[in-house]
Design a protein around this ligand. Structure first.
Ligand SMILES: NC(=O)c1ccc[n+]([C@@H]2O[C@H](COP(=O)([O-])OP(=O)(O)OC[C@H]3O[C@@H](n4cnc5c(N)ncnc54)[C@H](O)[C@@H]3O)[C@@H](O)[C@H]2O)c1
Length: 389
């Protein structure tokens, strides 16, 4: 049995903690026959977190500089949970050192950077993965299975959205996510990329789009050290920072297979704590998903008897291996963290079986192309073509 040695970068953050947990946890559900993971290094620039990190991963090296791990011969997998602007530099260094690389989304700030990473990974013959975990909820494997079996026919239309309201209040404090230097594509790379991952997974490549990116609150008060979802009282003494990347986007698109798309996403939808939906309309039927019913897919089939046709609700259950890994009965509820555990198990299985699994850096490149096209289209105020690779 192979024990894959992992370095988690950005280990104190939201994703860093979840990834560490997921690597340590997945064998309880998926067994050890496709390998295990050992977190042997955690990097976070905040030295105050070192003791806590050491307790989370006993025996791991706790470091402050990511450069100390990329060339460490003990490490097999570089796991990047750092802010977006560091993804390209760190992934490139990891790949050049011959490491497998797992990178949180968005893979890079531009499609050109993502192309460099996907090409480098191919040359190095290593396994890559982007952290688009939402589609790894087994309910979306069910959707893919229905699509691939031809049960909804030819896909004609995709509608999707994702909204949160962390920036719904104009006084909500500034954080790196609103800083165009640290997160150049703002909500497009941050949240749009999740919707794009569903499009890539379930419908296929996007060939053209027109997008309208919006900055809805131009300035926000700065509160140092506040993470996403953090609450604080303002003193009135804060300095104000300019929001330099998009808060919200509306877009129309065309897929290479001829389907049309209508998509919107934002971080400013007051009251929408986390809204994620898609609808896929085909020539023989339709699918609809709403994260509020996290394991439930709605399926409509033309083949149902006249007078009895209607959307039926299907709760994904133990017929699907990655659901069965956790629970023996349907509708007990698999959530976000389980999707990340499934993802960690797949990353390790990819490495030990030398089998790339969706979404690789190649898929991440396509998603970055969609992000780029949104930025360009909104700037130029016109449709933008996305070249196929
Ligand atoms: N897949 C998903 O559903 C999902 C959800 C949230 C975030 N993300 C992505 O994960 C990444 C991290 O987001 P987060 O919410 O965990 O952020 P976060 O701010 O909670 O964590 C980032 C961590 O990186 C550390 N850090 C920052 N710069 C560093 C440096 N130079 N060297 C070492 N450590 C450094 C910080 O101290 C912090 O602990 C982002 O790219 C984000 O887009 C993905």
């Amino acid at each position: 049995m192979t024990d894959v040695k992992v370095a988690v970068l950005g280990g104190s953050g939201w994703m860093g903690r979840i990834h560490t947990m997921a690597f340590q946890t997945f064998p309880h559900f998926f067994g050890t026959s496709h390998g295990t993971a050992r977190v042997v290094a955690i990097v976070d620039r905040d030295p105050a977190r070192a003791d806590d990190l050491a307790r989370r991963a006993p025996g791991a090296k706790i470091l402050q500089d990511w450069r100390q791990v990329v060339n460490d011969p003990e490490i097999d997998l570089i796991d990047i949970c750092l802010p977006d602007n560091l993804h390209f530099e760190v992934a490139e260094a990891g790949l050049k050192a011959g490491k497998h690389v797992f990178c949180e989304k968005p893979l890079a700030n531009t499609a050109a950077e993502a192309r460099v990473l996907a090409d480098l990974a191919r040359e190095q013959g290593v396994i890559t993965r982007v952290g688009h975990a939402f589609p790894r909820n087994p309910v979306h494997d069910l959707a893919k299975e229905i699509i691939e079996a031809g049960e909804i026919g030819e896909i004609k239309m995709f509608k999707g959205c994702q909204h949160i309201d962390v920036f719904g209040d104009p006084l909500a404090p500034f954080m790196w996510r609103a800083d165009g230097d640290l997160a150049p594509t703002g909500i497009v790379g941050d949240t749009g990329s999740h919707v794009f991952s569903f499009m890539e997974f379930l419908v296929g490549r996007v060939s053209a789009l027109i997008a309208d990116n919006l900055i809805l609150t131009p300035k926000r008060p700065v509160v140092d050290g506040l993470a996403i979802g953090g609450q604080t009282e303002l003193t009135g003494e804060e300095r104000w920072a300019e929001v330099t990347n998009p808060d919200a986007t509306n877009l129309l698109c065309r897929f290479e297979n001829g389907a049309a798309g209508l998509v919107d996403f934002s971080r400013t939808a007051t009251g929408r704590k986390f809204r994620q939906t898609y609808e896929i309309y085909g020539t023989k039927g339709s699918l609809a998903y709403d994260y509020d019913e996290v394991n439930r897919l709605r399926f409509y089939s033309h083949e149902d008897r006249p007078g009895r046709a209607g959307f039926r609700a299907i709760d994904v259950g133990p017929e699907h291996p990655s659901y069965r890994a956790f629970l023996p009965l349907p509708n007990f509820g698999l959530g976000y963290n389980e999707s990340k555990i499934i993802e960690a198990a797949e990353v390790i299985r990819s490495i030990t079986t030398k089998t790339p699994m969706w979404p690789t850096f190649e898929n991440g490149h396509h998603i970055c192309q969609i992000v780029d096209a949104c930025m360009e289209s909104s700037r130029l105020k016109r449709w933008v073509e996305i070249p196929s690779t």
